[in-house]
Structure formats: structure tokens, C-alpha cells
Design a protein around this ligand. Sequence first.
Ligand SMILES: NC(=O)c1ccc[n+]([C@@H]2O[C@H](COP(=O)([O-])OP(=O)(O)OC[C@H]3O[C@@H](n4cnc5c(N)ncnc54)[C@H](O)[C@@H]3O)[C@@H](O)[C@H]2O)c1
Length: 440
Amino acid sequence: MALTVSKTPTGSEYKVKDISQAVFGRLEIELAEVEMPGLMSCRTEFGPSQPFKGARITGSLHMTVQTAVLIETLTTLGAEVRWCSCNIFSTQDHAAAAIARDSAGVKAEEEYEKSGKLPDVNGNENEEYRTVLRIIKDGLLVDPTRYRRIKERLVGVSEETTTGVKRLYQMQANGSLLFPAINVNDSVTKKKFDNLYGCRHSLPDGLKRATDVIIAGKIAVVCGYGDVGKGCAAALKRAGARVIVTEIDPICALQALMDGTPVLTLEDVVSEADIFLTTTGNKSIIMVHHMKQMKNNAIVCNIGHFDNEIDMHGLETYPGVKRITVKPQTDRWVFPETNNGIIVLAEGRLINLGCATGHPSFVMSCSFTNQVFAQLELWKERGTGKYEKKVYVLPKHLDEKVAALHLGKLGAKLTKLTPAQAAYISVPVEGPYKPPQYRY
Ligand SMILES: NC(=O)c1ccc[n+]([C@@H]2O[C@H](COP(=O)([O-])OP(=O)(O)OC[C@H]3O[C@@H](n4cnc5c(N)ncnc54)[C@H](O)[C@@H]3O)[C@@H](O)[C@H]2O)c1
């Protein structure tokens, strides 16, 4: 069902499922604000000087309650904001409604393109990517200069997640990056918090809401042992599962072993395991030929960025396969040869946002405070030439500031270095700050 564009009395455009949910959305946003000290401190520190006055910021990010607090932080700092959701299952309609009513133009297209397949615009990538390509293609037919004009006005972008920053670095390498970009993902207070602790919290939440299967005692396979994989494996272990990891990287594989987790290939365990989870940010990890070999009612899900880690296309087109929708985002797929079924969650998209409400506010406050700092930096330095058409990370002192803003809420007291101690451990650093590879 296509949603129609409406306008608030003040002229702000929105496209949401049910604007009457704004009241509920506002109540949850107010709860979240208390758990988001980084963002609320930004409002206190920067709000009075209105640093974003004149800036128009547009975002594409899961339209959740936590994102609502980010949006309203940007507007409190003076920005005009428009937002669109980035995943058909992650939109929280009440949060979108509250933002649409009170703060920013929103296109919460939860049901976007659900009714039909998109044409393949020269790609075998995920659906979101093809959707973007199609919108661009259609837009070019109407106005061939539109995107060039957008690019000329664009000050820069800040990117939230591992998969997104990989694309930006690829664009930088092949010369197709048209604007400065800040890689927010590789701030320590993002990748080592949201990806790790966020998934550690929201994966079991999603599994439990989607199925009534007990995790304890089950064999769970986690594909990929990066930050997301580490958080997920930890959560599954805490819930009593026997976890097995698959990896391509010898260092991550060794880390899994040192954490007491066997490392095998998918082929070794495919017919024995009960729960399969992809966390790689790569594609074609669990293929339909794997799914065919799984135990009856094995659970298959993904927490990496896109729905191409699990071969949904192979599953949907498998001859004679039967799809039984148990409830939204929980489907049992039955193979004709064996009559065995597997349970696929969130149609192969992010389980923690499709089957649960995503990461908790506190951890998203760390991520989103980095986003605010990145946007402030890009806007402040527009036109100064400080940022070229390259990908940058935030300086270490801002990463530390994000952490510091969250300590008080947890009752921490930081020890202060004496000047003698500071001199004793300081190491001269040449050139601009380069973060270590935070992958491990
Ligand atoms: N669902 C969420 O809330 C959430 C949060 C943060 C990040 N993400 C997404 O999760 C994905 C992983 O993020 P990350 O920060 O852990 O990345 P990462 O690079 O730290 O980890 C990915 C791991 O997968 C491994 N890998 C790659 N191909 C593999 C294969 N074929 N088989 C087995 N292992 C393989 C890599 O060696 C690496 O160790 C990304 O797509 C990221 O955008 C999701």
C-alpha cells in the first residue's frame, strides 16, 4: 500500500502510517531522552548558539524512537531536518508520527514497494540498493541535472555503519566520492559499543519475540566474529547456547577460539545446528543448498546490514518450496523433498530491528553523539577546504568526549592523571590522528 504525503499545519511534509500514534511516540521519546545523555548534553552545550542555523540535514536511518532523539537534537541545534527510513521493517510508526507532527519532514515508508518486485537495475545487490538505483534512474529521466545540482550543494555526509563506510572507502579509492565523508562507525564509541553491546542486547530480544524457542542447550552458529559477531556470540552463550563460529579472518578466528568458541565451516555444522545467524556484512553466506540440509525448524536469521547474507532469492524461487507465515517477520519455509521446514526471521533482514525494537537508547546515544559531532564538524568547516572528497574519522578527543558524556549516567568517577603521570605515559604522534584498525 502506498502511503500518501501529508502536511502539518506548519507546512512540514510527512508520509507516515498513522499520525494519531504521535502521542504514544512522544511518551517513548521522553523515556529515551533520559537514557541518551550524550545527545541531551549536545542540546545543552550547543543549543543556545544554534550552530546548524541555515543547515538542511537529511538522514536515512532506521526511524526509531532513538533516531527521533537524534533528529530533535539536530533541530534543537538549528537544523532543518528531513528523514526517511532505511529498512522496511525497522520503522517504529509511533516514533515517525511524533517526529512528523512535531519536528521534521519524514517519509516513513514502511510498506514501501512491498507490493511488487523491482526491476533489476543492472545489479544483483539487495533490494534497498536496487530501490535507490531505480529512484535515481527515474529521477534522471524527469530532470537530468538534478543529482549534479544536489551534489554541488552537498557539504558532506556522515555514515553510521560498517557496510556503509566500506562503500565510501571503495568510492574514495575509485574516485567516485563526490563529497567529504565522516566515518562515524570507526569511532571507538560507536563500533565497539553499538555493534558489540547493542547487538548483545538486541539479538536475544529479537529471537525471543520471533519464536518461543529456548536458546539454552541449542547449537547456534554465528557467521562472522567481528564486533557484531562477538556481541551476538556472547549473548547466545549467556543464554546457554553452545556457540560455533565461522570466519574467514585468522585473527578473528583465533579470538573466537581464545574465547572458548569452536571455529568450523558452515558445511561442518549445517545439519546439526539449531540457530544460524549471519553477522558478516558480506553476501551469500547461507545459501539455499545449506538451508535444505538443516534440521526441521532450524532458525535462520541475519543481523548484518543487508538481506543478501541469506540467499532469500534462492529460497523464494526454490521449486515447490512452501512459505507459511506464522506471524509478521516469522516465516516457516518447507522443502518439498523432506517436508522439513526452516524458520526465517525478518525475511533475512536485520533481526534486531525486524523482530525487536533495535538497540537500546543508551548505546545509540553513543553512536548518535558521534553523528552530531560529525555533522557539526562538516557544517563548521564548509568552504574552508579542511575536508576534501575523502573519508575521515573523528579525532580521538571527540571519541573520548562521547565516552565521557556517558560516564555520569552510570555513576562512574574518572581518575585524573597527575602532570607527572601524563608526561610519563605520553607518546609523540606524528601527523594527523589515525585510529588503529578497530576491527579486532
Ligand atoms: N543489526 C545491527 O544493529 C548492526 C549494528 C552494527 C553493525 N551492523 C552490521 O553488521 C555487519 C557486521 O558489522 P561488524 O562491525 O561486526 O563488521 P566486522 O568487519 O567487524 O565483522 C565482520 C566479520 O565477518 C567476517 N566475514 C566476512 N566474510 C565472511 C564469510 N564469508 N564467512 C564468515 N565470516 C566472514 C569478517 O572476517 C569479519 O570478522 C555489517 O553489515 C554492519 O553494517 C548491524
